[in-house]
Design a protein around this ligand. Structure first.
Ligand code: SF4
Length: 741
């Protein structure tokens, strides 16, 4: 007898609806949910593999403890007791900073990561907090913090209504979108063109997204901020009389920042001629609805924050920020409701409240750059990292100069990993705690409804019952152990703390719909639910569309979400700048010393034309990959080799490389050997390797991935090159040398 389940795919940011057919306790079929209010049946090759992932024999079902160098299965009590015995004394003897925490990207895709990671962070109270954010999107957080005082409020392109989409450093046809939740991103791009709009892709490589765009500009890697500043320069020069600048603070200061970046001055540096730059500036400012979407290739660079800032300023000065068809802010159903009459503004945004011990990098959003984790482990002294907890992360593959971090992990006195696989990182762990599979836990996209091109919501119950503790319980028990409550402490202590905090946030909001209500009334009304569901119910009922615990009976609740298995659509995005502004001035704050200084540093590079024989390494995505962690599914890795080094024919001829031949690629920090793929899709002087590969380390349990290992591109990326404003690693534009093997 078949049963059908509808749930949101948790694998990437697109949040597609899935229809899952179960027969005899196994997944029989997964296809796109045609009735999903947002994805309308769209699915990518990864979405149909949730059953394969659930059944993967290499997926860990029981905890592991490393004994004499070998990982052996143990029961949960023994695993938690081992952590209590070995981690707590390190913290007591050497202090809180001796224990580091690394949170991987999948934490953004789970309820536990979104809600129950916070108590663990608070319990650790360590300055050594790291995450995948500093090899990804931290520049976007910082630019939103500077401009709007709100690092969590990242504007997204209003894809379905824009007439002009300028994309830099993103390949959403492969990635399915990032910092922009839009199922069927390719279809939405096609629709822009079908309704008479234009799509321009700026990328060193003619990606699949560039292939379906109107125009592709093959920019030189790492020069995006100079080109974006040149666009602003051109607009200020030609159209200043039309620009509404009530929010920008100082037009003269903005002019001064962009003064060196004339279209002519950046042409040689960026590889885009001045006439083209001026034309694009004119198209952005001619009154049509336009959006500027920057992503990973632009952010994972030395001036990533400057690029992100410039992209939003471009939209601001062309009246395309917080306007229909431009860059807009979603209003997520679990977010803070807007309070009518409340003056915009808040406490503003600061970084650098502390600095890293060894190289004194400033904290950003409570985190240090993961590129410096190795030196914090290696360098003796007070505050040296002696123990590490990783949750759903593989920094041995996803962070720069990863051979150094791998060696550093060997020096740790103790390591705990929460992960479903024994991979290149978790093989170093003394204890591995496996959370349930995606199908064994409920799902709600706390992160991505705040980045969505429509205001939507969907809740998915678990399809299967897990054998072990839920992910929320694992994180809660770790927090209790760290807090010296012991391995047997009741996780309800943490659940109660989380729900009472959420309730108080709702009842303490001045002028909010629940102001003055008793927080205990709210927590008791959700107490019958499982811990993740208590949090969802509390947040959506307190949120902008909520039932406000009876005050708005038709409003949203978890029950209502359960009654709508294909999701609920709250409509297109609406202007809401005043709702997201948290600057101390209550306005957009454009000019900052950090931006002025970083632009001045960039300006000194403009004279540096590409050197003779320059080769710069960039990454790339593939729709069948999800960073490093889905290469153990045969259905996703079979077929043609994907981990190849893309080389332009001119460079191949100059270097004596043949298609299919192995090449030695070396950088300042490392060397890899990869098969050459010659293609004119890549700009001369640029080569590309995908990231997340290199699955041939000893001690892992990745039977399929090991047969198609590929090479680890982060053996080449340089941990010393960091965007100083955000701490983000520069993973693109790495100088390399190449020779035939
Ligand atoms: S695009 Fe993303 S959310 Fe949609 S099916 Fe694929 S992996 Fe899942």
């Amino acid at each position: 007898m078949d049963s059908t389940h509808f749930r949101t795919c948790p694998l990437c940011e697109a949040t597609c609806g899935l229809e899952i057919t179960i027969r005899d306790g196994s997944v029989r079929r997964i296809r796109g949910d045609r009735d999903d209010v947002f994805s309308n049946g769209f699915i990518c090759p990864k979405g149909s593999t949730l059953g394969t992932l659930h059944d993967d024999p290499d997926r860990l079902r029981r905890p592991l403890i490393r004994r004499n160098g070998v990982h052996v299965e143990v029961d949960w009590d023994e695993a938690f007791a081992e952590i209590d015995d070995r981690l707590v004394p390190i913290r007591k003897q050497h202090g809180a900073d001796a224990v580091a925490l690394y949170l991987g990207n999948p934490n953004a895709h789970t309820i536990a990561g979104a809600v129950f990671g916070r108590p663990l962070i608070q319990a650790l109270a360590t300055h050594n907090l790291y995450s995948a954010s500093t090899v990804d999107q931290m520049p976007r957080h910082v630019s939103s913090g500077l401009l709007f005082g709100n690092p969590g409020a990242m504007a997204v392109p209003d894809l379905d209504r824009t007439e002009y989409l300028l994309i830099l450093g993103a390949d959403p046809v492969e990635s399915n979108g990032s910092l922009c939740t839009a199922p069927d991103f390719p279809g939405r791009i096609t629709s822009i063109r079908q309704r008479g709009g234009q799509v321009i892709v700026v990328d060193p490589r003619r990606s699949r997204t560039a292939a379906i765009a109107d125009e592709h500009l093959p920019i030189r890697p790492g020069t995006d901020p100079a080109w974006l500043l040149a666009l602003i320069h051109s607009i200020l020069r030609d159209d200043a009389h039309r620009i509404t600048l009530e929010h920008t603070g100082s037009l003269e200061s903005l002019r001064s920042i962009v003064a060196p970046f004339t279209p002519e001055a950046v042409a040689g540096f960026c590889g885009i001629d001045a006439v083209t730059t001026e034309r694009i500036a004119g198209e952005l400012s001619d009154g049509r609805r336009a959006a500027v979407y920057t992503r990973i290739g632009t952010h994972t660079a030395r001036h990533g924050t400057l690029s992100s800032w410039a992209a939003d300023v471009l939209c601001l000065i062309t009246d395309n920020l917080d306007t229909v068809g431009g860059m807009m802010w979603p209003n997520p159903c679990h977010g803070r409701p807007e309070v009518p009459g409340r003056a915009p503004g808040g406490r503003g945004f600061r970084t650098g409240r502390w600095a890293s011990r060894v190289s004194e990098h400033p904290e950003v959003r409570g985190e240090l750059p993961v590129a410096i984790l190795a030196e914090e482990i290696e360098t003796p002294g007070t505050g040296q990292v002696r123990a590490l907890i990783t949750v759903a992360g593989n920094p041995a593959r996803s962070t720069p100069d990863s051979s150094r971090l791998t060696a550093a992990m060997e020096q740790l006195e103790f390591m705990v990993s929460v992960d479903i696989y024994l991979n290149e990182t978790t093989r170093h762990a003394d204890v591995v705690l496996p959370p349930p599979s995606s199908l064994e836990k409920s799902h709600f996209d706390f992160a991505f409804y705040g980045l969505s091109v429509r205001n939507v919501a969907n809740y998915s119950p678990a399809v299967f019952t897990p054998d072990g503790p839920g992910e929320h319980e694992i994180l809660a028990r770790l927090a209790l152990i760290i807090s010296d409550h012991g391995p047997q402490a009741d996780p309800e202590l943490i659940y109660g703390l989380v729900t009472s905090t959420l309730a108080r946030q709702a009842t303490d909001l001045p002028g909010g719909p629940l102001e003055g209500r008793d927080p205990e009334e709210l927590t008791s009304s959700v107490a019958h639910l499982d811990p993740p569901e208590r949090c969802i119910d509390l947040m959506v009922r307190s949120g902008p569309y909520g039932d406000h615990f009876g005050d708005a009976p038709d409003g949203l609740s978890l029950e209502k979400l359960i009654d709508h298995p294909h999701g609920i659509d709250f409509g297109p995005l609406e202007p809401r700048l005043s709702g997201i502004l948290r600057t101390t001035s209550g306005t957009i704050e454009v000019i900052h010393d950090a931006i002025v200084d970083d632009a001045a540093v960039l300006a000194t590079s403009l004279e540096a034309a590409p050197g003779e024989g320059e080769l710069l390494l960039v990454g790339r995505r593939h729709v069948r990959s999800n960073n490093s962690w889905m290469h153990n599914l045969d259905v996703l890795v079979r077929g043609r080799e994907r981990c190849t080094l893309l080389v332009h024919p001119d460079d191949a001829e100059r270097l004596g490389l043949l298609d299919g031949q192995q090449a030695l690629v070396s950088s300042r920090v490392g060397q890899v050997e990869a098969p050459v793929e010659i293609t004119d899709d890549i700009r001369p002087g640029v080569v590309s390797l995908p990231h997340g590969w290199g699955h041939d380390d000893p001690g892992t349990r990745l039977g399929v991935a090991r047969t198609r290992p590929g090479v680890n591109s982060n053996l080449l990326t340089d941990g010393a090159v960091i965007d100083p404003l955000s701490g983000n690693a520069a993973l693109n534009g790495i100088p390399v040398a190449i020779r035939p093997r």
